[in-house]
Design a binder for this molecule. Structure first.
Ligand code: UDP
Length: 240
């Protein structure tokens, strides 16, 4: 049962429980997808019904960010903790390297997915990356067909939200993969073109601040994020 955070269902799992659940989906039959909602997703889903439905139909929805955890606490429905999408991806990569599952990387600017693939192959010996594609394409069908032709078991979709979630829901089944995961800017981090916050900042729940300092142009986007907390407070006081 998912925990309702302002209209978006979130799975109340630790990181290692999430990786176990993801691994079970990739070993199963049929198509499944994972979403990683952060406060921006939840605010956007309030106004975008299709996005909200796609998030709520996901097989796994992970609390990507401390803001979601705080909102859950304010709502009186605490979660076990945050599960950053990129940490989930790393757990899954280790499992894929062990089990011989193959991976396709979709998204980011031209050249980034290839660089990410090179780095990941070095970091996870045995990992099979069977294809890459940049995230700036016009038509979905040829991309889904490229994924199918690669024979990938797992697909990382890194197009930013809500594009990546809508893409997974519309094209995932025809791509032939068992599991698709929406992972935002993770390919930039794997490629080394964007640096992640140091671990001490991550542990302190300050990854967002580090990112803001490194990329001040995100200020406009981020300034709205405390709204999730006031929304949660209003919902709690309103008895929802
Ligand atoms: N992106 C893409 N296609 C698009 C728009 C964005 O591939 O049409 C990529 C972009 O290059 C970046 C990622 O999607 O690698 C989104 O990054 P962002 O930092 O916005 O995502 P977040 O990590 O905040 O979810």
């Amino acid at each position: 049962m998912k925990t309702d955070i302002l209209g978006v269902g979130i799975d109340n799992l630790t990181l290692s429980e999430s990786v176990d659940a993801g691994a079970a989906l990739m070993d199963g039959e049929g198509f499944h997808y994972v979403v990683t909602p952060n406060p921006e997703f939840i605010l956007a889903a309030k106004k975008n019904e299709e996005f909200r439905t796609v998030l709520n139909n996901a097989d796994l929805a992970l609390a990507d960010g401390i803001g979601v955890v705080y909102a859950a606490r304010i709502l009186g429905r605490p979660l076990k903790g945050k599960v950053p999408g990129i940490d989930f991806a790393q757990g899954l990569l280790a499992r894929m390297a062990q089990s011989g599952k193959s991976l396709f990387l979709l998204g980011a600017k031209p050249g980034v997915a290839e660089l990410a693939a090179e780095n990941l192959r070095r970091r996870y010996p045995g990992l099979q990356i069977c294809g890459t594609h940049d995230g700036y394409f016009q038509e979905d069908a040829p991309v889904a067909e490229a994924v199918r032709a690669s024979g990938a078991d797992v697909l990382f979709v890194c197009l930013g939200a809500p594009k990546q979630e809508l893409w997974m829901s519309r094209n995932g089944p025809s791509s032939g993969v068992k599991l698709a995961v929406g992972l935002g800017g993770s390919l930039d981090v794997f490629a080394g073109t964007v640096e992640r916050a140091p671990e001490s900042w991550q542990k302190a729940g300050m990854e967002w601040l580090y990112r803001l300092i490194r990329e001040p142009s995100r200020f406009g986007r981020m300034a709205r994020l405390p709204l999730i907390l006031t929304d949660a407070l209003a919902a709690r006081l309103g008895g929802k």
